[in-house]
Write a protein that binds this ligand. Sequence first.
Ligand code: PCD
Ligand SMILES: [Cu+]
Length: 805
Amino acid sequence: MKDEITPEDRVANLKGMGSSRKRVEDVRFTQGKGNYVDDIKLDGMLFGDFVRSPYAHARVKSVNKEAALAVPGVLAVLTAEDLEPLGLHWMPTLAGDKQMVLADGKVLFQGQEVAYVVATDRYAAADGVEAVVVEYEELPVVVDPFKALEPDAPILREDIKDRTEGAHGPVRHNNHIFTWEQGDKDATEAALAEADVVAEEMIYYHRTHPCPLETCGCVASMDKVTGKLTLWGTFQAPHAIRTVVSLISGIAEHNIRVISPDIGGGFGNKVGAYAGYVCSVVASIVTGKPVKWVEDRMENLMSTAFARDYWMKGRIAATKEGKITGLWCHTTADHGGFDACADPTKFPAGFMNICTGSYDIPTAYLAVDGVYTNKAPGGVAYRCSFRVTEAAYFIERMIEVLAIKLNMDAAELRRINFIRKDQFPYQSALGWEYDSGDYHTAWEKALDAVGYDALRAEQAQRLEDFKAGKTRKLIGIGLTHFTEIVGAGPVKNCDILGLGMFDSCEIRIHPTGSAIARLGTISQGQGHATTFAQIIASEIGLPADDITLEEGDTDTAPYGLGTYGSRSTPVAGAATAMAARKIRAKAQMIAAYLLEVHDDDVEWDVDRFAVKGAPERFKTMKEIAFAAYNQAIPGLEPGLEAVSYYDPPNMTYPFGAYICVMEIDVDTGETEVRSFYALDDCGTRINPMIIDGQIHGGATEGYAIAMGQEIAYDEMGNNKSATLMDFFLPTAWETPTYTTDFTVTPSPHHPIGAKGVGESPNVGSVPCFSNAVHDAFRPFGLVQSHMPHDHWRIWKIARDLGLHG
Ligand code: PCD
Ligand SMILES: [Cu+]
């Protein structure tokens, strides 16, 4: 057989790794043909809606359902009393705490679920909600986590008020959830005592919310005949949800089918379990009908997983030349009314202990205190479920604070302290082994790309002009070099509710040489159907266009822990490559048999096995696939499929260098991002176009967080930001333009060398924007000012520095 097309053509035909293959899912999304939870419509389907507490802390004296039950269409009103006999009035959280499903005697945050109304349509359900009469007795509210730990603070969690031990060791106050300590306290304190210079600052990363386009929701359908419960929902971890539903409901796991259909953005908001799921399941069991529950925007912003709310007190020690000798951090973490974080069990503050960042810091100490307050629970979200965002913000602000103290350029200070290329794999003082990195190369590339020295010169000129009264605008140059930690995780130290955090892929090749692959993860917009097919294409030589990818149906997909923490590529992506390699190994035996040579005498060549030294004698993967089904091959089972459950040996450590140039109007506090340069290193790049999209999206979320977005509470615990009138979502108008760039430092332990990338732009961009604001005011003595840097707060900075004349 003569081969007309070149080897390069054959590679290109596959649209494998490294190609900017167009997103296959967009065909349906751009035509309005997606299939989201709210698109699911079943015969006789009922609708559920919540009565929610207007108070942040109150005793619930009574709930009167009478008037509600008289509303036409209302069929049932569930309260904690109804759930109690089933043992479902409280549910376990992913953090080892328990949370009320419906108010059991009291409420702990504004918007908490008090009763669940079931009706024949959404309108009747809403009318029913209005008609439920709840009698509350207000209790003193605590919104400040520091006040929550004062001796006379009101007891929030009366259900566990006498405990002395929490899920993570001893507790010292009713409102104290845990203390988590990492590193060497004594050595760090000694380093601080001996240092030439110590910079100290309180860095606050405010409370925010991922606010995905689609809110959370589900449809529960109990089939009384088959005994099978089907639960469609906006779940980022469908298998874990199935296990949790089985454990708390007692329904056997094989009788539960959880399906995550298309999801309109997850961002960590859809990892945990919500009262709506439990109530919908109960309502479907009670009524024998399918029950849908979909929250509205206010409910989403008020009651589902928020992000951050970390008060990070830092001390950093250095020599007068700028070599960092120690880092100390004490964090007060505001968890709200219940501890509903979704961190791996052994990490109550997630991977906050990556807070030494990109720097070679010989000794460090971190302590985190988790605290209950009268705010919504669930601090697991927003482009880093595991607190890497907080850690990166902390260290990247502390570096700037130290640069001020040393009167040094912050780019140079970073350069002096970066972990060097030859130090990898690098053991950090707080216990991680960084797999690979080349920070100096990335940093110099970034500084060159933006013309750093010229920018500083322009900034200095502008400052002179400002002082001379020629302009009212300052320039801020924001720098960040972040190190991420993604790919939870090795089963030896990462589990959620005892479930090891491996992931999986199953690949089935059809006789004609096309395939279906199923994964334990679930795309919420990331484009898994596009990218994971690319991994398989490169590994086994079938075009990506001939590979269907399926996720999110627990009846068909292999068990996996889901998609968050940028774990899909590091874990399920590795499983995909490993499963593909199993297929290729079998294909090699088939090829050798067909070519009548020994197994070792054939070699892999893009999309085929060829006889060594005789490349014109080959069998393509397509031919091999057919043979697997129609030829009896001695010693081999028919068929061509494989599954891999992958337990990663380590996390992956993506990194990046971001530089932002911002113009700030001193009189109005208005800001304009003039340029934003983002260099990301996520190891081997599967789809450069998708990576670019991830950076654009994540940096835009980072922009929102740094520059205006906030979940704010007043002293009464009223959520002041529960609508999109008050909660800032950038539109195309505000969104900066990004320049993306990259270096490639593969992960040495990942089968294809890939690291995650989805979270990186949020981890890196928030400190970058914030540092730009601070940098603009550095010549006037500004050291630290809390986010979000909205116009009003920036105006106040200028006023307080006396710049308004
Ligand atoms: N090297 C590399 C890496 C990666 N990639 C791509 O990219 C993406 C991503 O990835 P990753 O990083 O692995 O991640 P994932 O796991 O998949 O995902 C997750 C993430 O993702 C991000 N992004 C996104 N996008 C969209 N569209 N949507 C959404 O929702 C979202 N979310 C967000 C978040 S928040 Mo969390 O949950 O908080 O923790 S975490 C997160 C995909 O597709 C992949 O494939 C490539 O290509 N290459
Ligand atoms: Cu993360």
